[in-house]
Write a protein that binds this ligand. Structure first.
Ligand code: SP5
Ligand code: ZN
Length: 341
């Protein structure tokens, strides 16, 4: 399996994450991608190639244009306002507030943020842009006939919504890849999100559409980030009714239980009959992940990679989360090897 990877991910190197009232080193840090690409190379998964550049158009086919412009300029504007630290929102539109978009960068930041753990700093946009290109290049390889591709995206994307960033995500790489396939001849795409966290951004982007089936297995939002989306009763809206499927699972969920939801999701994907399957691949379901509460073991990642392969669909794996960094390479590549064998 070919891996697409951009060194530009290193430009995303924030100093701070607001966690439990402290500013800590971000869980989502550059070494994550380095461990994964190292593992890809050591098991000889296949060639590792840089992305092509598809420009802004496929990003703007998914995200709000003002939001994208904000991401491009926020760091410069934040500094120009005289702030000394990284860009962290401290105020939000909340219940019963107006829908006017403020001018001051402090207000604008909260307007476009869905969480405050994701500090913005120099290079964030460059890395987010490159990460989207990594996903797009993977999608393009499938269009050219590849059976499977690994888009080693960093920063991740599945929390990024139409016009919101957060949860370590800025641009929704999986959604951008899906839209690119739809805009180039595909009629139906399925996105299976196996990251520990609910893919709220992907759900948001496709919620009213029937050309993308979105399925997500995740920590129950009653107990886990992103808290405000990901319940089982969110099934889609309008033309999209029935094309959004959530599997919220409780603290302590082990592989046997998790796999039952996966099997159900796989049956639904098969019934939908998409041309392509995109997997939002987060390995924060691992038993020792520092911010998550599922109990998957390293060998389980091989097993479920094989489960997904049984669908016999062209597959684009898009890297999302996973924060037990010492094991992230083994776990992510186990899925890919399970899929291939
Ligand atoms: C892509 C991805 O995996 N994003 C995850 C973003 C999670 N950010 C909020 C983390 C809050 C963790 N709180 C858990 C308490 C654990 N003791
Ligand atoms: Zn996650």
């Amino acid at each position: 399996m070919e891996t697409i990877f951009s060194e530009t991910h290193k430009r995303r190197n924030a100093r701070s994450e607001l966690y439990g009232g402290e500013l800590v080193e971000p869980f989502e840090r550059p070494s994550r991608a380095e461990y994964i690409v190292e593992r890809v190379r050591s098991v000889r998964l296949g060639p590792v190639n840089p992305p092509d550049d598809f420009g802004m158009q496929p990003i703007l086919a998914v995200h709000d244009a003002d939001f994208v412009a904000f991401l491009q300029s926020v760091w410069t504007e934040w500094q120009a306002a005289g702030f000394k630290g990284e860009a962290i929102p401290s105020v939000w539109p909340a219940r019963r507030t107006s829908t006017h978009i403020p001018k001051h960068i402090d207000g604008l930041l909260g307007y476009y943020a869905l969480a405050s753990e994701t500090s913005i700093s120099d290079g964030t946009w460059d890395a987010a842009y490159a990460s989207a290109q990594v996903a797009l290049t993977g999608a393009e390889r499938l269009r050219q006939g590849a059976r499977s591709v690994f888009s080693l995206c960093r920063p991740p994307g599945h929390h990024a919504a139409l016009d919101m960033y957060g949860g370590y995500c800025f641009l929704n790489n999986a959604a951008i890849a899906a839209q690119h396939l739809l805009d180039n001849g595909a009629e139906r795409v399925a996105i299976l999100d196996v990251d520990f966290h609910h893919g709220n951004g992907t759900q948001d982007i496709f919620y009213e559409r029937e050309d993308v089936l979105f399925l997500s297995l995740h920590g129950d939002p009653m107990d886990a980030f992103p808290y405000y989306l990901g319940h089982a009763d969110e099934t889609g809206k309008g033309a999209g009714e029935g094309f959004n499927v959530n599997y919220p699972l409780p603290p302590g969920t082990d592989f046997v239980t998790w796999r039952k939801s996966l099997q159900d999701a796989i049956e639904k994907v098969a019934a939908y009959g998409p041309e392509v399957l995109i997997i939002s691949l987060g390995v924060d379901t691992f038993e020792t992940d520092p911010i998550s509460f599922f109990k998957l073991k390293s060998a389980d990642f091989i097993t479920y990679g094989a489960d997904i392969a049984a669908l016999k669909l062209p597959a684009l794996f898009v890297m999302e989360g996973g924060y037990d960094i010492a094991e992230i390479g083994v776990n992510a590549v186990n899925v890919l090897e399970g899929f291939e064998n």
